[in-house]
Design a protein around this ligand. Structure first.
Ligand SMILES: [Fe+2]
Ligand SMILES: [Fe+2]
Length: 210
């Protein structure tokens, strides 16, 4: 089952919850789509990756504002609550949009060194779709302005996640690297702020495709 109108509704809940997480999610979706195209995935997979990027942090709509929007350092207990968002997000998309979106969302915080969450999977146990969302997620975050640091320029952000890219994509890592380097992140973050008012147009290309 795929239900784009549910996707629009659920994305609007995320936008209501946190415009920051919503903007980051738009950028993550666009980057994931670029990587998917550049490593040669088919149109269906490209669409799934785009939508999974837009929805990867959707589990955060269930996290209370005092934790999600906190500007203080989180306690161990609070961080454990944040760490529930991949599972809660995967359950949500599986039930209301499409089961195909669940794996990239469920595993997007797994890491190449096996120290990620929720399961601490090893590199070869992590699906390619989740590796793409993880990379797009990190790149989106690094190139975004934060209260405690300025945005990294594209080349520097690629350098910071280079080990991540090498382990995750092996023979295809050069395509991922050049895909990321081709992006104009400044424009992309500005664009995400502009199009965030029009969720339907974000999803328009997906209507008949997944
Ligand atoms: Fe996340
Ligand atoms: Fe994220």
């Amino acid at each position: 089952m795929c239900c784009p109108s549910n996707a629009a509704l659920i994305l609007s809940l995320l936008k209501e919850k946190s415009s920051g997480v919503f903007g980051h999610s738009i950028v993550t979706g666009i980057i994931a789509r670029e990587i998917a195209v550049d490593i040669g995935l088919c149109d269906d997979e490209v669409n799934i990756l785009y939508l999974a990027g837009l929805l990867h942090d959707i589990g955060k709509i269930f996290i209370e504002d005092s934790i999600l929007l906190s500007r203080e350092n989180l306690t161990f207990k609070q961080f454990n609550i944040i760490k529930q968002h991949p599972e809660r997000g995967a359950r949500t998309v599986e039930r209301f949009i499409s089961e195909k979106l669940a794996p990239p969302i469920l595993y997007h915080h797994e890491l190449p060194n096996g120290k990620g969450y929720p399961y601490g999977l090893r590199n070869d146990e992590i699906p390619l779709s989740a590796k793409i969302i993880s990379t797009a997620d990190k790149f989106s975050a690094l190139t975004m302005e934060r209260p405690y640091r300025s945005a990294l320029v594209t080349d520097m952000a690629v350098l910071v996640i280079d080990d991540h890219i090498k382990t995750f994509f092996d023979g295809k890592s050069r395509f991922v690297r050049s895909s990321l380097k081709s992006l104009n992140m400044r424009d992309l973050h500005i664009l995400s702020a502009q199009i965030s008012n029009d969720i339907d147009s974000l999803l328009a290309s997906l209507k008949y495709s997944i």
